[in-house]
Design a protein around this ligand. Structure first.
Ligand SMILES: *Cc1c(COP(=O)(O)O)cnc(C)c1O
Length: 356
């Protein structure tokens, strides 16, 4: 059997949820979109079902997968619905939904649910991706209320730069949110993602929305204390299944990406970009081989990648390779590929998932 394993530590998931909830100080949705950031949405939902206040996913399909698996907790559709037909399932399956645009608002007004929806009305407080502008927000609220189709309306916004704690934009977004909702009937509010929960105490409202931190991966730059409590949930590992000795000046793999500059022992590892390891990861990306630090050399192929065993004389065929998890941070691998840890996590596939 191919030795590529995504070990998912569900006890770490529970620990991270509880840590995030404690940091937030109030109800917190566990964000399970994109198959729980690649960790397996159903298994993660089941592992959190007795401690979570609710879940959030991107779209109806993701919510239906959880409902079909017997998950009865509240589930919020973070992007709401994409067409009016979906409202029937939202109603029947008792889902919560974001309303982020004029189109979605009009769909709700025209709908005929058996019971009123719980709507999360999105304010665009500066990210400019979705949501109603501050000057539109009261009118959107009043239309929802007048429609009789929304039994409960939670006020919501989303931060663009909470993962840069020194950048003032989060504070201006919060001010804009508070100003935009002033004068509306009291009710629940939700503004903080993982980074907001970890380092913006003023963003702590009725509902946190924890995504990346739930999986034990920090959204913060190095040097912050708030993320020390997190424990990585996924450990992505494989094995060396081939070794070859090369002299100086020899290329490895596709292209002219890497040429040996010393006599080099090369280990061939069963993991490639079709498994989710980023193809753009550059030579020098960290790996651990039987616990010892080493690095990627040469370009990542579809099914394989190559690592440097020169300084690890005891390593060879059968050696265990941690691609990311405990000793190797997925954020560090991502940085070597010009991206963020979220992306390689979401891309993991074709591996054997082992849940603990
Ligand atoms: C994905 C998402 C989150 C979670 O973000 P993290 O940075 O992973 O914590 C929260 N809110 C919304 C609206 C999202 O789309």
């Amino acid at each position: 059997m191919r030795p590529l394993i995504a070990e998912i530590r569900l006890d770490h998931l529970r620990h991270n949820y509880q840590a995030a909830r404690a940091a937030h100080g109030d109800k917190t949705l566990a964000v399970l979109k994109a198959n729980a950031y690649g960790h397996g949405a159903v298994r993660c939902a089941q592992a959190l079902a007795d401690i979570a206040d609710g879940f959030a996913v991107a779209c109806l399909e993701e919510a239906l997968e959880l409902r079909a698996a017997g998950i009865a907790l509240p589930i919020l559709l973070l992007e709401g619905v994409f067409d009016a037909d979906e409202l029937k399932a939202v109603d029947e399956q008792d889902l919560w939904m974001a309303v982020t645009s004029e189109q979605q608002l009009a769909m709700v007004e025209a709908s005929a649910p058996a019971k009123p929806f719980h709507v999360w009305l999105m304010l665009d407080s500066g990210m400019h991706r979705e949501g109603f502008l501050p000057q539109e927000y009261h009118a959107a609220w009043r239309r929802l209320e007048a429609s009789g189709k929304a039994g409960k309306i939670t006020k919501m916004t989303h931060f663009a730069r909470a993962d840069e704690p020194d950048v003032p934009m989060t504070f201006s977004q919060l001010e804009m949110f508070d100003a935009a909702v002033r004068g509306l009937p009291a009710g629940d509010e939700s503004v903080a993602n993982s980074a907001g929960i970890l380092c913006h105490p003023r963003a702590q409202r009725n509902w946190g929305r924890v995504g990346i931190a739930l999986y034990g991966v920090t959204p913060l730059p190095a040097g912050f204390e708030q993320d020390k409590v997190l424990r990585p949930v996924m450990r992505f590992s494989s094995k060396v299944f081939g070794v070859r000795e090369l002299g100086i000046g020899e290329p490895i793999g596709y292209g002219d990406n890497f040429v040996t500059h010393r006599p080099t022992r090369v280990g061939l590892v069963a993991c490639g970009y079709a498994d989710g390891y980023p193809r753009r990861a550059s030579s020098g990306s960290p790996v651990r081989i039987d616990g010892a630090p080493s690095q990627l050399i040469g370009r990542v192929s579809m099914d394989m990648l190559t690592v440097d065993l020169t300084d690890l004389p005891d390593a060879g065929v059968g050696s265990e390779v941690e691609l990311w998890g405990d000793a190797v941070s997925v954020n560090e691998v991502a940085a070597h590929a010009g991206t963020i840890g979220y992306e390689p996590l979401c891309n993991v596939k074709r591996a054997r998932f082992v849940y603990r």
